[in-house]
Design a protein around this ligand. Structure first.
Ligand SMILES: *[C@@H]1O[C@H](CO)[C@@H](O)[C@H](O)[C@H]1NC(C)=O
Ligand SMILES: *[C@@H]1O[C@H](CO)[C@@H](O)[C@H](O)[C@H]1NC(C)=O
Ligand SMILES: *[C@@H]1O[C@H](CO)[C@@H](O)[C@H](O)[C@H]1NC(C)=O
Ligand SMILES: *[C@@H]1O[C@H](CO)[C@@H](O)[C@H](O)[C@H]1NC(C)=O
Ligand SMILES: *[C@@H]1O[C@H](CO)[C@@H](O)[C@H](O)[C@H]1NC(C)=O
Ligand SMILES: *[C@@H]1O[C@H](CO)[C@@H](O)[C@H](O)[C@H]1NC(C)=O
Length: 507
């Protein structure tokens, strides 16, 4: 992987927007994939799993024999810690996100950390249309060709894949009675929660980390996402917030002349090949968005390495007069923390549209069912004031794929409105973790729903921080979050064994 690349959201914009249409529609960073693309971690040299493939049904919801196409679905498995079928030892399944699964497996260290204690089998299933799990013979060009071939890329099909694969795997392992717990972060966390609700006979519980299942329709305010980012920076330093907030106009103005553009290119060390004011604003705001998402208490890898508490570091760069009093110098040094922490980038390439973790399919998902309004900015926002435009979104999707989004489908299929009232007497065994520094937490479940649908909320936490590999530097609050999750999951398993015992008496 290149030491630096344009981040996901940005590269998606590049893939889909021609420069001329860029400013016309929506926001600088739409449509955002919600994963937190943390790169291969410390453990990358170790073998963490074996890779397998499963022949999966392309269309689970159609009995027309012509539709009985299949594809090869990748999954990763680690049985080193498993207690085996004789003791009905548990199976932990990661419900894959919108990207290649190895990346998620390597960055969901929590499952590895706790597997020995639970004697658990670890399985990570890749989401269809991502990584190597590509329909149409693995031919990505074909699979992504148009709305006809992309039509099978949906959350409901993905959940059916997971159920089918898990049931088949348990048969093969003669582990029918091993309890399954599903894990996921971000979109993967949404899938984990929904899986528990739709397939309670397959999974006894779900740990859904930073899963914004309420970021649909008007359930959560469209301003919530950027309000949280604003708050993250503002609580660090009022000056830092003011400098960033005041910079957008200055950039736009400067970018309006040829000379100004050249000044911006120099100030931000942009490669010679391309610059425009819109791209620059998008590039800078992307750094703030992802830094807010990954404001972790320990150093991390987010495409490139980042220091612990990167927002603090960014604001230090902005507040530090050593870098001069000019706005562009301050912003440049702040952006460097995100884009060039290792210091080995010679210039920032705006035309880089590489996608090493294969996240591009999210575009389609955002244009069909994953309509998550997050781009609103009120007048206090750290970004320029704006409102989310569904029309702009729909117009973009029409141009890109010739599809109309279905903004109310997710709540029709999985619910979301009045979630407390609905789930209070339905469903059980779900943990919703959210860290309040994470902009996605606004769309998360932040209140306990019942005795067994539990919200764990941590004000210092960022995007699925609980799922990361533990380190000796982890703060106490993080250790406590994980301890609570472990203890809740132990409760699910012991109740399951207890119920099985009851069952065997009655047979
Ligand atoms: C499972 O993961 C551990 C690291 O936690 C590794 O040592 C072991 O080799 C892995 N097992 C397999 C079968 O990949
Ligand atoms: C179960 O075993 C069959 C027969 O070997 C194999 O085709 C299938 O892929 C296996 N299922 C999984 C989930 O690996
Ligand atoms: C959300 O609220 C806005 C403003 O009140 C309204 O125009 C829009 O139709 C609503 N959308 C949905 C999906 O309810
Ligand atoms: C920046 O401005 C502040 C106040 O406006 C001043 O105190 C400081 O010396 C200036 N720093 C530099 C490096 O010019
Ligand atoms: C990246 O950081 C190094 C070290 O601080 C610096 O020399 C280099 O100019 C930076 N790259 C860019 C594109 O700013
Ligand atoms: C949910 O309930 C648990 C106790 O079961 C408690 O520890 C936790 O703080 C509650 N969560 C919230 C967000 O109130």
């Amino acid at each position: 992987m290149a030491p630096w690349m344009l981040p996901l959201i940005y590269s998606l914009i590049f893939l889909q927007y021609s420069p001329s249409s860029f400013a016309k529609f929506q926001p600088r960073y739409f449509p955002s994939s919600i994963i937190q693309p943390e790169s291969r971690s410390l453990h990358s040299t170790n073998k963490l799993y074996k890779t397998k493939y499963f022949t999966q049904i392309l269309d689970h919801f159609n009995y027309n024999p012509q539709s009985y196409l299949t594809f090869q679905q990748r999954y990763l498995i680690n049985d080193t810690f498993w207690g085996g079928p004789k003791t009905n030892a548990p199976i932990f399944v990661y419900t894959g996100n919108e990207g290649e699964i190895e990346w998620f497996a390597q960055n969901t260290g929590f499952m590895y950390d706790i597997a020995p204690e639970f004697k658990a089998l670890l399985v990570f299933i890749e989401h269809r249309y991502y990584g190597k799990s590509i329909p149409y013979g693995g031919d990505k060009k074909k699979a992504y060709k148009n709305s006809k071939t992309l039509g099978y890329l949906s959350s409901t099909q993905a959940l059916a894949d997971y159920a089918t694969l898990i049931v088949d795997l348990k048969n093969n392992l003669t582990a029918i009675d091993s309890p399954v717990i599903v894990f996921g972060g971000s979109y993967g966390g949404m899938l984990a929660a929904w899986f528990r609700l739709k397939y309670p006979h397959v999974a006894i519980g779900a740990l859904a980390s930073s899963s914004p299942i309420l970021q649909f329709e008007n359930i959560t305010s469209q301003y919530s996402f950027n309000n949280i980012i604003t708050q993250d920076f503002r609580s660090e330093s009022e000056n830092c917030y003011k400098v960033i907030k005041g910079s957008w106009e200055e950039i736009t103005e400067t970018a309006s002349t040829h000379q100004g553009l050249e000044l911006l290119r120099k100030s931000f060390h942009i490669c010679k090949n391309y610059i425009s004011g819109d791209y620059l604003e998008s590039w800078i705001s992307t750094a703030f968005i992802y830094t807010a998402m990954t404001d972790y208490p320990t150093p991390s890898n987010f495409l490139a390495p980042m220091p612990a508490y990167p927002i603090k570091q960014m604001c230090k760069a902005i507040d530090n007069p050593r870098f001069g009093n000019d706005t562009f110098a301050k912003l440049y040094h702040a952006a460097n923390i995100y884009y060039n922490y290792t210091g080995d980038v010679s210039c920032f390439n705006f035309l880089d549209d590489s996608d090493p973790h294969d996240l591009g399919g999210w575009q389609w998902q955002a244009c069909t069912e994953m309509v998550m309004p997050t781009s609103g900015n009120n007048k206090d926002s750290i970004f320029p004031a704006s409102t989310y435009s569904y029309m702009g979104h729909a117009q973009y999707c029409q141009e890109a794929y010739k599809v109309q989004p279905r903004p109310t489908w997710i709540t029709t299929e999985f619910g979301g409105h009045d979630i407390t009232r609905v789930l209070k007497r339905f469903g059980s065994n779900i943990i919703f973790f959210n860290g309040l520094r994470d902009p996605w937490s606004g769309g998360g479940v932040l209140k306990n729903i019942s005795k067994s649908i539990i919200a764990i909320v941590e004000k210092e936490g960022a995007h699925h921080v609980d799922l990361r590999f533990s380190t000796t530097e982890d703060p106490e609050w993080l250790q406590n979050v994980r301890k609570r999750e472990i203890s809740i999951m132990k409760g699910w398993i012991s109740k399951y064994y207890h119920d099985m015992g009851d069952d065997s008496h009655t047979h």
